[in-house]
Design a protein around this ligand. Structure first.
Ligand SMILES: Cc1cc2nc3c(=O)[nH]c(=O)nc-3n(C[C@H](O)[C@H](O)[C@H](O)COP(=O)(O)OP(=O)(O)OC[C@H]3O[C@@H](n4cnc5c(N)ncnc54)[C@H](O)[C@@H]3O)c2cc1C
Length: 406
C-alpha cells in the first residue's frame, strides 16, 4: 500500500483532533490531520479546566480564546429534586482555594474555529479534509480515505469521535450504557448579570445548568427526558426562553434565545483498549461521559497532553513513535484517570434519578455539610479540579491556568 508518509496521522478534526495535530506538529513531528472541517452548530459549550487551558496556552491558541471565554468564578448547586431532605443552595468560590476561576466556558464552534485557523497556519502540519474509510497495519499504519487517497504513518491517533471508524477497523470493541435522558443545549441572553457564576439545579430528571459566557449570556445544558428535549427543540424562541427562565426560577431575569439548539441522548461508552498496533484512541473515540461535571473534552485534552509526553519521550530516546512500549504507557495512564471520572459522573447522575429516600437524604446531608463546613468544601473543590484532567509535565513550567487569564 503506498501513499504520503508521516510520523503521526491524526484522524478527526474535532477539538481533540485539532489540538492533537497542532501539538504534535509544534513538537517537531511530521503530522497529517485527516478529516472534514468541523461544522457542528448545536449551542454546545465546554467549561475548560486549568490543565486544559495550560495545554491550549502551550499550543498558542489561548490568547485568541480567552476573549471568547467566560470565567467560572462561582459554582452554585441548587437542590430542585423536591426531596424531603432538600438542603439550602451551596456555593463554591474559586478564590476560597486561591484560584481566579475554576475554568473558562467557551462555545465549541468558537473553539473549533480558532483551532482550525491555527492548524491551517501551522508549519509541519498537512490537513486532508477527506473521510477515512479503512485502517490497516504492517510495519507502518495505513489509512485509506473515501476520496481514494492513502496515508501512511508510524502512528495513527484516532480522534474521530464516538462512532470512530478507525477504532472499529482496528477491532477495538465498545460497551455502551444509555441513560434514558437527553441533554438539550442552547445559548441565552439574559436581563441580569450572571456574576461569573455557574448555577446547577439538581432536578429529578437530571441537572439543569446555566454556565456563564462573556457579557450577559449563558449556555444551557438541560438534562431531561428525551420527549421533553424534543419539545424544547421544536418550541418557538419565545416559548423556549420562557421555559428556561421558569426552570431557573428567574435567577437571571428575562431571557432570549441567542444561539443554535442541540439535543443528544445521554450515554456512556468505554472501550476494550485505548491502543492497538500503531494506534492510540483519544477524545470521544476512547470515552464518552454524560455532560455532568464538565469532564468530556477536558479528558480528551488530557489524552492529547499524555500523547505529547509519550511521543516526545520516544523521540528523545530515538525509539519509533508507534512502538508498543510507549503506547502501553499511554493506555495505562489514561485508562485509570477516565475510569475514576466515569464512576463519579455516573454516581452523581444516578443519585439524582434515584428518588429513593436514603439516597436523597445522603445527597441532602452531603450538600448541607459542604455548605456549612469551609475546610470540607475546599477539600472537595481541590479534589474535583485535580483528578480528572491532571497531566503534569505538558505545561512548560507554568502555574495552573485556573489562576490566570492572560
Ligand atoms: C451537552 C454537552 C455538554 C458538554 N459540556 C462539556 C463541558 O462543559 N466540558 C467538557 O470538557 N466537555 C463537555 N462535553 C463533552 C465534549 O463536548 C466532547 O467531549 C467533545 O466535543 C469531543 O470532542 P472530540 O474531538 O473527541 O469528538 P468530536 O467533536 O465528535 O469530533 C470528531 C471528529 O471526527 C470527524 N470524523 C468522524 N468520522 C471520521 C472519519 N471517518 N474520517 C475523518 N474524520 C472523521 C468528525 O467529522 C468530527 O469532526 C459536553 C458534551 C455534551 C453532549
Amino acid at each position: 500500500m503506498t501513499g504520503d508518509r508521516f510520523e503521526v496521522a491524526v484522524v478527526g478534526a474535532g477539538p481533540v483532533g485539532l489540538a492533537a495535530a497542532l501539538a504534535f506538529a509544534q513538537a517537531g513531528l511530521a503530522t497529517c490531520l485527516v478529516g472534514p472541517e468541523p461544522e457542528r452548530r448545536d449551542g454546545r459549550t465546554a467549561a475548560l479546566l486549568g490543565p486544559s487551558v495550560d495545554l491550549l496556552r502551550d499550543i498558542e491558541i489561548w490568547p485568541a480564546l480567552a476573549e471568547a471565554s467566560g470565567p467560572l468564578r462561582v459554582l452554585r448547586i441548587v437542590d430542585d429534586t423536591g426531596s424531603l431532605f432538600r438542603p439550602p443552595p451551596v456555593s463554591f468560590r474559586a478564590d476560597e482555594i486561591g484560584l481566579e476561576a475554576f475554568g473558562w466556558n467557551v462555545e465549541n464552534a468558537r473553539l473549533a474555529g480558532i483551532l482550525a485557523d491555527a492548524a491551517r497556519a501551522q508549519s509541519g502540519l498537512t490537513w486532508s479534509t477527506a473521510l477515512v474509510g479503512g485502517f490497516e497495519t504492517d510495519d507502518l499504519a495505513h489509512l485509506s480515505c473515501l476520496d481514494g487517497s492513502r496515508i501512511a504513518a508510524s502512528l495513527v491517533v484516532a480522534a474521530d469521535g464516538r462512532h470512530s471508524r478507525v477504532r472499529e477497523a482496528a477491532g477495538i470493541t465498545t460497551s455502551e450504557r444509555s441513560y434514558r435522558q437527553s441533554a438539550f443545549t442552547t445559548i441565552l441572553r439574559h436581563e441580569r448579570p450572571h456574576g461569573d457564576a455557574s448555577t446547577e439545579f439538581h432536578t429529578g430528571s437530571g441537572p439543569f445548568t446555566l454556565v456563564p459566557l462573556p457579557g450577559r449570556r449563558s449556555s444551557l445544558v438541560w438534562v431531561t427526558l428525551p420527549r421533553h428535549a424534543e419539545r424544547l427543540m421544536g418550541a418557538s424562541d419565545a416559548d423556549l426562553a420562557f421555559a428556561v427562565e421558569a426552570a431557573a426560577a428567574s435567577l437571571l431575569g428575562t431571557m432570549t434565545v441567542a444561539g443554535p439548539r442541540g439535543t443528544v441522548p445521554l450515554s456512556t461508552m468505554s472501550v476494550s483498549g485505548y491502543v492497538g498496533p500503531r494506534l492510540a484512541l483519544a477524545g470521544e473515540a476512547a470515552h464518552v461521559l454524560p455532560p455532568i461535571g464538565a469532564q468530556g473534552l477536558n479528558l480528551g485534552l488530557a489524552d492529547v497532553a499524555a500523547l505529547v509526553r509519550m511521543l516526545t519521550a520516544s523521540r528523545a530516546e530515538g525509539i519509533d513513535v508507534g512502538a508498543e512500549a510507549g503506547l502501553a504507557r499511554y493506555a495505562r495512564e489514561r485508562q485509570n484517570d477516565v475510569r475514576l471520572r466515569s464512576v463519579a459522573v455516573d454516581g452523581l447522575n444516578r443519585s439524582l434519578l434515584a428518588g429513593f429516600a436514603p439516597i436523597d437524604a445522603a445527597r441532602g446531608i452531603g450538600l448541607g455539610l459542604l455548605g456549612g463546613i469551609g475546610p470540607l468544601r475546599r477539600a472537595v473543590m481541590r479534589a474535583g479540579l485535580a483528578g480528572g484532567v491532571s497531566h503534569p509535565g505538558v505545561s512548560r513550567g507554568r502555574a495552573s491556568a485556573g489562576s490566570s487569564r492572560s
